[in-house]
Design a protein around this ligand. Structure first.
Ligand code: PMT
Length: 328
């Protein structure tokens, strides 16, 4: 742990600490060793087989208000982008590490878990008391089940979860460093919605905050920008795709460009809160391209992630063969 004197030296004068200081001042999650062991085994398995691997982050992080957490601040994300993308990567021969917020949407089960139906509605009881899948859902469920079982039995899908911001950041650092052994055949697809503000452990209430003291005023510190060490140190050879979510259209491309300039990675996929399921913008150092679904595609339930992934596969092929995005 850093001392008080260290703390004063390590922040930038405006209370923003650097990523290394964050890891010194916060405790790693209790299951980090297990996370690392499973990730290493998975990565080694695919390295031996020359399979491209993508690390997908998906869902939102929480920021606890109390050490013994009753209340927390959540980030918006159901995990749709990440879980649909995982399916598309798997269909294209990628091995997928799916690092997701616990209980958010997961590939394949997403078709059933968070739908308006209760899972029991997919089943029926026969006259002799056996449970069967209702005939009207059976064909689609069989197709989904076959894809899921193929992914699991071929060891193509590793499910890992996180809950808090700290949990996420420790696992992101470990996961990307382990993936780095794959060099350029690693892709990082950072679709998770990560908190920008948090309460450091030493400033957090230990017990449930009591309402008897009246209104609650919170001061949150800024989370250090982890994309910086991720791009320059942890995952420097892989193809890094970050996402940018905005609600003001005017900010989308400028903020995405700013991120590319600041961190030096390869691609930002920009999306607007209200249109994210039908249009995204690909921004690279020297290009900008809108990718959308047509009305016909929307009517036929085409998911925009199939277009996102097919674009990224072209970029990744170019990246693997000559370390730039040119010629994709
Ligand atoms: O799951 P859905 O409901 O389908 O929603 C998908 C989505 C809208 C959440 C997704 O498409 C998306 O846009 N995800 C990124 C949203 C976001 O948090 O953007 P940001 O501006 O806070 O962060 C931009 C990038 O910087 C992220 O890739 C993040 O990994 C990175 N970051 C953020 C905070 C931080 N402290 N360090 C970082 O490195």
């Amino acid at each position: 742990m850093a001392t008080m004197h260290d703390n004063q030296l390590l922040d930038n004068g405006q209370g923003v600490i650097d990523p290394d200081t964050y890891f010194l001042r916060n405790n790693p999650p209790s299951n980090l060793a297990e996370f690392e062991a499973k990730t290493s085994e998975f990565v080694q398995y695919h390295k031996e087989r020359n399979t491209p691997v993508v690390l997908i982050t998906s869902g939102g992080t929480i920021v606890p208000l109390e050490n013994q957490t009753v209340r927390f601040i959540d980030n918006f994300s159901a995990g749709t982008r990440g879980s649909v993308s995982a399916e598309k990567f798997l269909e294209n021969g990628y091995a997928v590490i799916f690092m997701h917020r616990q209980f958010s949407l997961q590939p394949y089960s997403r078709h059933y878990t968070h739908s308006t139906n209760c899972f029991l509605d997919y089943m029926t009881l026969t006259e002799d008391g056996k449970i069967e899948v209702d005939a009207k859902y059976a064909a689609a469920m069989a197709t989904t089940l076959a894809k899921y079982q193929k992914a699991r039995s071929n060891n193509m899908l590793l499910l890992q979860d996180f809950v808090t911001l700290s949990d996420y950041l420790f696992k992101l650092k470990s996961g990307t460093r382990i993936m780095a052994t794959l060099g350029r055949s690693a892709m990082y697809y950072l679709a998770a919605a990560v908190s920008d503000f948090f309460i450091p452990t030493e400033k957090m209430a230990e017990h449930k905050i009591q309402s008897r003291d009246g209104a609650l005023t919170l001061t949150l510190d800024q989370v250090p920008k982890f994309l910086k060490p991720l791009v320059s140190v942890w995952a420097s050879n892989g193809l890094i795709v970050s996402f940018k979510l905005e609600t003001d259209e005017k900010l989308l491309v400028p903020k995405a460009r700013q991120a590319l300039e600041k961190y030096g990675h390869q691609i930002v996929v920009g999306n607007m809160l209200t249109t994210r399921k039908k249009t995204v913008t690909f921004i690279t150092q020297d290009s900008e391209r809108i990718v959308s679904l047509s009305q016909e595609e929307l009517d036929n339930d085409v998911e925009i992630e199939s277009k996102i992934i097919s674009e990224l596969l072209k970029y990744h092929r170019a990246w693997i063969s000559h370390g730039t995005l040119e010629g994709q």
